[in-house]
Design a protein around this ligand. Structure first.
Ligand code: SIN
Length: 484
């Protein structure tokens, strides 16, 4: 890792608590693997309950000052962090490539995406408005203000190791909260590099703490410690449910950005080239390892063969390969468990009538690579229809009518992203209203940015990230009734 970085100090291998870089109390470590070649990149401390408790205490110690700094001061530090992130973008992108396996082009996009949230929330810090409301009673004034929730536990995934942290943390800081972050143990170095830059930006000690290690003990402490007033988590629905039950003990506030099972509906009146380009861009973003990735592609029967031919042509151009190669389109999956899961889902689908049109198996022995795959003639009896695939597998389902496809699209416990392709505006209105999802891409597959409210309904979670709503997740409302 080190030889690839211009600024070697960005490769931090210890946890960051109260402004110091620390080992686990028992000196236990975890190895971090590069998914492109299965080599060990380095180690991190495997911390547990005691270290997490300590980090929470420090975050609490820093809260009182941070919460009452002026919004201008908080915004200024966020702007400094933003500048430092952009100034170090090459190194930060390199770290993402090495620990996560996305291509260097995508890693650069992730850093730009991350930085956009820091800038956005630096701006939002200045817009934490209140209200004075006329009272029903003479001589009374009603005043409504917002204040920081307090210490926040932030638990993040491996698929976007930088932006998923920053999207939460920037909003929390802008609101005046202090945080204890538990990054994925598969991709901790992006988090630690961001910690290094945060310390250079001037965040006071204790405002940002990063505890590395396995999830169970750290999340257990974050959800059971009374000081922690909120948990913000991005990850699977299974873990989201577990955290929700743990958080119930102290009625902690929750933001949960969980799994998806995005329908991608292509009507026969769509511009098929637009639909095709969007499908390739959406599906292969991060090699399909995204909760908003098109998971079920519904293709109207009248264009079924024509579209699949076009798609096969395009998929043959996808280049699997060395993530530092600027021409590579996709890299490896995160680990062997991912390959096993996808192999199982494809086998189950084929046993129930799906056909493999291209790809279908792992590629090479060196890393966790999987061939870009097209499965056609899928149906809802297959497990793949109910499961978030998290890989480069396009699964195509035929449909005939608008009513039928709406029912199929909504036939899932998830409700995060959905996509419609059509040129008929009346149909777009009808279908986008009928879809039970938090987000709808219309003739568009790349819907993630700092300004739109990102989040889902049903078992895809609760709360919104980014946008004018994101900061509210870290603010409590206070109502003062004033006799004047
Ligand atoms: C995710 O996959 O968890 C988030 C993806 C995004 O922000 O677009």
């Amino acid at each position: 890792m080190l030889e690839k970085l211009a600024d070697k100090k960005l490769f931090r291998t210890k946890s960051y608590i109260a402004g110091s870089w620390c080992d686990a109390d028992n000196h236990n470590i975890i190895e971090v693997i590069n998914p492109s070649n299965k080599q060990v990149i380095g180690t991190i401390p495997n911390m547990g309950e005691a270290e997490t408790k300590r980090a929470i205490d420090y975050a609490y110690g820093a809260l009182e000052n941070w919460k009452w700094t002026s919004v201008k001061d908080r915004a200024d530090i966020l702007y400094k962090w933003y500048d430092l992130i952009l100034a170090n973008r090459d190194d930060l992108a390199t770290i993402i490539v090495l620990e996560q396996g996305k291509t260097i082009t995508e890693a650069h996009k992730e850093i730009a995406y991350s930085a956009s949230f820091v800038k956005w929330f630096a701006e939002e810090a200045r817009r934490i408005y209140g209200k004075i409301i006329p009272s029903p009673i003479k001589n009374q004034k009603i005043m409504v203000t917002s204040e920081a929730v307090g210490v926040v536990g932030i638990i993040t995934p491996w698929n976007f190791p930088s932006s998923m942290i920053i999207r939460k943390v920037s909003a929390a800081f802008a609101a005046g909260c202090t945080v204890v972050i538990k990054p994925s143990e598969l991709t901790p170095y992006s988090a630690l590099a961001l910690g290094e830059l945060a310390s250079r930006a001037g965040f006071p000690d204790g405002v940002l703490n990063i505890v590395t290690g396995e999830a169970g003990a750290i999340a257990g402490e974050l959800t059971s410690n009374k000081i922690v007033k909120k948990i913000s988590f991005t990850g699977s629905t299974r873990v989201g449910k577990l955290l929700m039950s743990q958080a119930a003990g102290n009625i902690q506030r929750l933001s949960l950005e969980l799994g998806g099972n995005a329908p991608f509906i292509i009507f026969d009146d769509a511009d098929l080239d637009v639909a095709l380009n969007c499908l390739i861009a959406g599906k292969f973003r991060n090699n399909g390892q995204s909760c908003v990735s098109p998971n079920r592609i519904y293709l109207q029967k009248t264009i079924y063969e024509k579209f699949i031919d076009k798609l096969t042509n395009e998929i043959n151009k996808v280049k699997l390969g060395d993530c530092f190669d600027k021409d590579a389109t996709i890299g490896p999956l995160i680990n062997q468990a991912s390959i096993d899961k996808i192999t199982y889902l494809i086998k189950d689908a084929v046993s129930k009538g799906a056909k493999i049109f291209s790809g279908g198996s792992k590629a090479g022995e060196d890393g966790y690579f999987f061939q870009p795959t097209i499965l056609v003639d899928a149906n809802h009896q297959m497990e793949i229809a109910a499961t978030e695939i998290f890989g480069p597998v396009m699964v195509i389902y035929p449909f005939e009518t608008e009513d039928q496809v709406i029912k199929l699209a909504n036939d899932t416990d998830y409700g995060l992203a959905s996509y419609i392709f059509s040129k008929d505006y009346a149909r777009i209105y009808r279908v986008s209203d009928a879809l039970e999802y938090g987000m709808v891409g219309i003739n568009e597959a790349i819907i993630s940015n700092e300004i739109g409210p990102f989040g889902g309904i049903k078992q895809s979670g609760m709360g919104r990230e980014g946008s004018y709503l994101g900061i509210n997740e870290y603010l409590n409302i206070k109502y003062k009734c004033w006799n004047v």
